[in-house]
Write a protein that binds this ligand. Structure first.
Ligand SMILES: Nc1ncnc2c1ncn2[C@@H]1O[C@H](COP(=O)(O)OP(=O)(O)OP(=O)(O)O)[C@@H](O)[C@H]1O
Ligand SMILES: [Mg+2]
Length: 324
């Protein structure tokens, strides 16, 4: 039997959907490997819970980096784990897999993604560019002769694209996304607050009090625990959303700049559409508080956040699987 499977192989999250069944996997893109046996002992949420806490014989691996396969073997192991768990790899199955990739990647990087889909058990593989699929998932009618302007901010990459008549007209992809913001926060805590924190804590800070612009009526603070770099002892300090907004500002402006670059090269007729139809934000980064307001202020066009930004790519896959 032919099963049509869609995969959003993200740097941070792996989502898998099956035609007529829906989303069957929504897990962090991470695995824990036993260093000696090279066996995957945990994947997804179970592996993420171990990040920063593993003993010497275990290793946490993020198989994807900047939206592309960084560790080929680990990507295979992660996909094999979930395909087995969901009973997707059967002896005589003829799976067709639609897998997404960032725009502007090299042929080698594209082939690596394709090969991983074949290793997962595909008989046929289709590759689609992430912003296009995200636009479909965000319910934009990309087949029309009208510009759809999409900004997909993931964990490793930010993709910006103008789409018309079903295809990407102009695009940009930068390696400034959620992971970079986490790093900005870790660096700020180390350099300014003399506090060493782990990546999970940085991400928690971003999600709880991170924002692109501070709202004086609704300012937030948070207690953060880590290791004091001067005494070496565990301590807890309070930080404000204004401090976090400042430390991530330069990265957010790089994303704004990528949008401006794409606007700059888009054909005038499509630019006119964008003036009225605006920009649609997808990907987990779209959930950063007030990022839409910052983009609106900088780009001077309407900006909308998709209804369920983290699921746009997999939702788009679901729709596209129907027409494979
Ligand atoms: N509420 C939130 N505020 C800010 N950032 C968030 C929020 N929720 C999730 N994120 C960030 O979104 C990112 C994950 O988004 P997403 O799942 O779209 O990425 P991905 O598809 O795995 O990555 P990529 O597309 O780059 O390969 C992470 O960096 C996460 O920290
Ligand atoms: Mg993504």
């Amino acid at each position: 039997m032919v099963k049509k499977i869609g995969i959003d192989l993200g740097t941070t999250n792996l989502l898998i959907c099956v035609d007529n069944e829906g989303v069957i996997v929504n897990e962090p893109s991470v695995i824990t490997v036993d260093k000696e046996s090279h066996k995957c002992i945990a994947a997804g949420a179970q592996a993420k819970a171990m990040v920063g806490k593993t003993p010497g014989n275990l290793q946490t691996i993020y198989p994807l980096k900047d939206g592309v396969v960084a560790d080929y073997e680990a990507t295979d192991m992660m996909l094999a784990h979930f395909f087995k768990k969901c009973d997707l790899k059967k002896m005589f199955s003829r799976n067709e897999i639609l897998i997404c990739c960032p725009t502007n990647i090299t042929g080698v990087e594209r082939n690596a993604i394709r090969d991983c889909a074949y290793h997962a058990g595909a008989k046929k593989v289709y590759i689609e560019e992430e912003p296009k699929v995200a636009a479909v998932g965000a319910d934009l009618d990309i087949g029309q002769p009208l510009a759809s302007f999409v900004l997909d901010i993931g964990g490793g990459t930010t993709d910006v694209a103008v789409i018309s008549l079903g295809d990407i007209v102009c695009s940009a992809s930068i390696k400034v996304a959620g992971n970079r913001l986490n790093k900005n926060i870790t660096d700020f805590m180390r350099l300014e607050k003399k506090l060493s924190i782990g990546e999970m804590t940085a991400e928690k800070i971003k999600m709880e009090i991170g924002c692109a612009m501070v709202d004086p009526e609704d300012s937030k603070t948070m207690n953060v625990s880590g290791r004091d770099l001067t005494t070496g002892l565990p301590v807890s300090i309070t930080i404000s959303d204004a401090e976090i907004a400042e430390c991530i500002h330069a990265s957010l402006m790089e994303i704004v700049k990528a949008c401006k670059t794409v606007l700059d090269v888009s054909p005038p007729e499509l630019a006119a559409d964008i003036m009225t139809r605006g920009l649609v934000m997808t990907g987990g980064g779209a959930l950063l508080r007030n990022f839409d307001a910052l983009l609106k202020q900088e780009l001077k066009i309407p900006v909308y956040v998709a209804e369920n930004p983290l699921n746009c790519v997999v939702d788009g896959c679901m729709k596209m699987l129907k027409n494979l």
